[in-house]
Unconditional design. Structure first.
Length: 444
């Protein structure tokens, strides 16, 4: 190890080209690694076929409409059953990626030290970094695996597993960056950029390693998952659907029998209704029904209608046993109509006398100047010009929308003063009245 362990300060030009050099280093190492890993895989380009010679993914796509409800209903259980299988296959990928990544880390850390930490160029520090990173990755991979296993027993396993994995990945990221800071004494941004470059290269390596492993194990894993997880669910769903269909079939048969019975009852009811309608029509044409209508109209006070119905009854049923009763009813109804007419004429005469008396009283009091403005308003509002002229006589003055009476016919009860009258018209009828003070007035 170099004495003092003091890093050489980075010059201004080197600091300016920091990101360019780091990106160049990562790209160079990644290209070399891709070339090395691609050689043995170039001959194996055919995709793996699931067991039994069938493409299970294509089968799911072809039957998506039928299988989607099953997967939706059992998504939580399928997730719990699929995670262990996925972890078993992923474990081999992670293991080979870690071992291959150790060599990658040695090469990349040597290049990183050459560009950004020249004070620490020795190989053993690169091996120490790669070994420490491998150990940290192993620890956090085990922790993530344990977290996933224990989360499977909890409700909302998917959400809990995702949260725990994200938390552990953030902690692992911080620990890896701190490991770089400790060994190479570089700035935080430089250390973080180097670690992200390492992640990119490891990701590419993991992808290349995963291809042959998945090709070897995907068929057996898929078959095992289908046999253990999907097939029992499909069988249970099919059995449940069969039982439901059997129940629906029985219920449909019962409903069909009820419908047949109800249709028979409905046909019988329609026949009864038709017969009843004929009987009702026959009764409506009978003398008894017609006479009952007459009695009902008379009871409701519809005397004119009852009289007309009795007249028609006497013409239509001259031989009816109710003929004499109908004539008696006619005589009584005519007597009632005469009494009503007499009462009506008497009421009209009384009303006319009362109106004339009120008018005479109003005019007499107006001649003495004893009518209030409120009384005059009640007497005139709504009347036409002809009616006003007939009641009060010709006005002293006329205008387009008003008449003025100089005669002091209106009394102000508050001051005992007497005034003339102003009458205001709107569309030919009295709208308001007011005092006529010395030949002028304002509307209220």
């Amino acid at each position: 190890m170099t004495k003092g362990h003091i890093p050489r300060p980075v010059s201004g030009d080197a600091a300016h080209g920091l990101w360019v050099r780091l990106a160049g280093l990562a790209a160079l190492v990644m290209i070399l690694w891709l070339a090395a890993m691609s050689l043995p895989l170039m001959a194996d380009t055919a995709p793996a076929v699931p067991a039994g010679g069938e493409d299970f993914g294509q089968y799911l796509a072809d039957h998506q409409a039928y299988l989607a409800p099953v997967f939706t209903k059992n998504s939580a259980d399928l997730f719990k059953l699929g995670i262990p299988l996925l972890m078993g296959m992923t474990g081999w990928i992670i293991l080979f990626t870690m071992l291959t990544g150790w060599a990658i880390d040695v090469l990349m850390s040597r290049g990183f030290a050459f560009l950004f930490a020249p004070a620490f160029p020795e190989l053993r520090r690169a091996i120490f970094y790669a070994t420490g990173r491998l150990f940290l990755s192993f620890v956090y991979t085990c922790l993530i695996g344990l977290a996933i296993v224990f989360s499977m027993k909890l409700p909302y396993a998917g959400a809990i597993t995702t949260g725990v994995v994200i938390l552990l990945l953030v902690v692992a990221l911080a620990a890896q960056i701190v490991w770089i800071l400790y060994l190479y004494r570089t700035d935080f941004l430089v250390s973080a950029a180097f670690y992200f470059a390492v992640l990119v290269v490891h990701g590419v390596a993991g992808f290349l390693i995963a291809k042959p492993i998945i090709g070897l194990q995907a068929s057996s894993v898929a078959t095992d998952f289908v046999d253990r997880a999907i097939t029992p669910k499909l069988r249970a769903e099919a059995e449940s659907t069969r039982q439901e269909l059997a129940g629906v079939q029985a219920a449909r048969d019962v409903a069909k029998a009820k419908i047949t019975d109800l249709q028979g009852q409905l046909a019988h009811a329609q026949m009864d209704q038709a017969q009843l309608s004929k009987e009702i029509d026959a009764k409506k044409k009978s003398d008894i029904y017609a006479f009952g209508e007459i009695i009902q109209a008379r009871a409701h006070g519809e005397l004119t209608s009852a009289r007309d119905q009795i007249t028609a009854f006497l013409t239509k049923f001259p031989t009816s046993p109710l003929y004499n009763s109908a004539r008696t009813q006619l005589t009584q109804i005519e007597s009632q109509l005469e009494v009503q007419e007499t009462q009506k004429q008497q009421a009209e005469a009384d009303a006319a006398r009362a109106t004339a008396q009120a008018r005479a009283d109003l005019l007499a009091r107006a001649g003495k100047g004893e009518v209030t403005l409120s009384e005059m308003r009640q007497a005139l509002i709504g009347k036409t010009r002809a009616e006003v002229s007939d009641l009060l006589g010709a006005p002293s003055e006329t205008a387009t929308d008003s008449w003025a009476y100089r005669q002091q016919m209106i009394l102000n009860p508050l001051t005992n003063e007497k005034f003339g009258l102003m009458v205001y018209f709107n569309q030919g009828a009295v709208q308001s009245v007011d005092y006529n003070r010395n030949g002028s007035g304002g509307s209220e």
